[in-house]
Design a binder for this molecule. Structure first.
Ligand code: NAD
Length: 405
């Protein structure tokens, strides 16, 4: 497993080779403002106490309060959280929202915890960090394996400790508990808006064949949105593997199938594929929507997609980027492609602070122009500097941050 923070810094290095930024600014961006590690003692159902390791990285707040999700995963560690916080800093700048970058996490496999233990753990994370959180300071959200229910527990714990009642400290909360309409599909929908905005410029057909890695919030919503808009999803996977049908999948039937069998395997009229095989299927749009380091120097040469739309964070390593660029396979980078999630999180924060509740239509109507603008400005920067979309997006975001620092 490559170190995601080293990869993030390598991406930055590649950008400063083609565009001048002040040395002081770049030096500042090589370190988070602070990274915090905490230990969280949790009372388990059998009466014992288990201690978990947790993190919050506050990367940069030049544009606004630190903002970024909390990941629960057995492999989560500080370098991953730092990388995710760095990318959040750029993402908010690229989407042009007044938020800085942060990220949090806990090293835990939540599947091994009961609901009560998960609640104790989540409240424990807030107890240790309540001093640094707040609507104008640091605003967390969900990420891998964290849900609206977890955000609700966290918001409740924060309110108990501080008395702060706006609920604007956590986003991604359930509807009726201060959540925003449209937050669920926001990342997938934002990715779809970005794809649509660039479709013609990237030479894609009117109706595309799509392959998706990941069957969680992002992958599943993306699958539904692409299908609703007339595209075909040929293959999709979860952590155990995926399924493929060259004529397209019925996602709603597949959701029911996974609910009853617990897996995607052997879904009727499909072929089982491994996650490695899935990435190499011939298609128009390949969407990694699971984890970092999926497209690497060892498989990039085998990618047969026309473009890659990165809805996961950090799925393509820097060496794979070079191979894909030389093969003329554009990569719509994570910092642009998945910025719809944080944008609707920002809308939720804004609604909480103003005491408003916007309709789903209002939310999507505000999201669309921001995504179109970010996509087109990224494309223009790529063209101006004769480089790939990742470097184009970085240049756009870095310039906006540098102006405010
Ligand atoms: P999730 O926990 O809802 O889903 C993750 C999915 O990935 C699950 O279906 C899981 O089975 C699958 N998975 C796990 N390991 C895998 C593997 N090795 N190969 C294939 N699939 C695997 O998480 P999510 O919220 O959908 O996040 C997915 C990615 O999108 C992450 O990189 C996350 O940082 C990024 N992202 C999420 C949001 C958001 O709003 N949730 C916003 C921006 C970016």
């Amino acid at each position: 497993m490559q170190n995601p923070f080293e990869n993030a810094m390598e991406q930055l290095d590649k950008v400063i080779k083609i565009k001048d930024f002040s040395k002081e600014f770049i030096a500042r961006l090589r370190q988070p403002d602070r990274d915090i590690r905490i230990s969280i003692p949790v009372k388990m159902d059998d009466g014992s106490v288990k201690v978990f390791e947790g993190y919050r990285v506050e990367y940069n707040n030049a544009l606004g309060p630190y903002k970024g999700g909390i990941r629960y995963h057995k492999d989560t560690e500080i370098n991953e959280v730092k990388a995710l916080a760095f990318w959040m800093t750029l993402k908010c700048a690229i989407a042009n929202i007044p938020m800085g970058g942060g990220k949090g996490g806990i090293t835990v496999d939540p599947k091994n915890l009961s609901s009560k233990e998960l609640e104790n753990l989540s409240r424990g994370w807030v107890k240790k960090l309540s001093d640094i959180l707040g609507p104008k300071k640091d605003v967390p959200a969900p990420d891998v394996n964290t849900t609206g229910e977890i955000m609700d527990w966290m918001a409740d714990e924060f309110e108990k400790i501080t008395g702060e009642k706006t609920r604007a400290t956590f986003t991604g909360k359930p509807l009726g508990k201060g959540g925003s309409e449209g937050r669920g599909p926001a990342t997938g929908l934002g990715g779809f808006y970005v794809f649509n905005s660039l479709k013609v410029q990237l030479g894609l057909p009117e109706k595309c064949e799509v392959v998706i890695q990941g069957f969680g919030n992002v992958g599943l919503n993306a699958a539904q949105i692409f299908i609703e808009n007339g595209h075909k999803v040929l293959a999709i996977s979860d952590s155990k593997g995926g399924i493929y049908n060259e004529n397209g999948l019925d996602i709603n039937k597949l959701i029911e199938y996974k609910k009853t069998t617990g897996s995607l395997s052997n879904f009727p009229e499909t072929k089982n594929v491994t996650n490695e095989e899935l990435l190499e299927i011939k298609c128009d749009v390949l969407i990694p929507a699971a984890f970092e380091n999926q497209i690497t120097g060892s498989n990039a040469n085998n990618i047969k997609a026309k473009i890659i739309l990165e809805l996961a964070n950090g799925p393509t390593t820097p060496d794979a980027d070079e191979i894909l660029f030389s093969k003329n396979i554009p990569v719509i980078p994570d910092v642009l492609a998945n910025s719809g999630g944080v944008t609707v999180s920002y809308f939720e924060w804004d609604q909480n602070l103003k005491g408003e509740h916007w309709s789903e239509k209002e939310v999507f109507d505000k999201l669309l122009p921001l995504m179109n603008d970010a996509a087109q400005k990224t494309f223009e920067k790529g063209k101006e500097y004769k480089t790939d979309l990742r470097r184009g997006a970085f240049i756009l975001g870095l310039k906006r941050i540098e102006e405010k620092i």
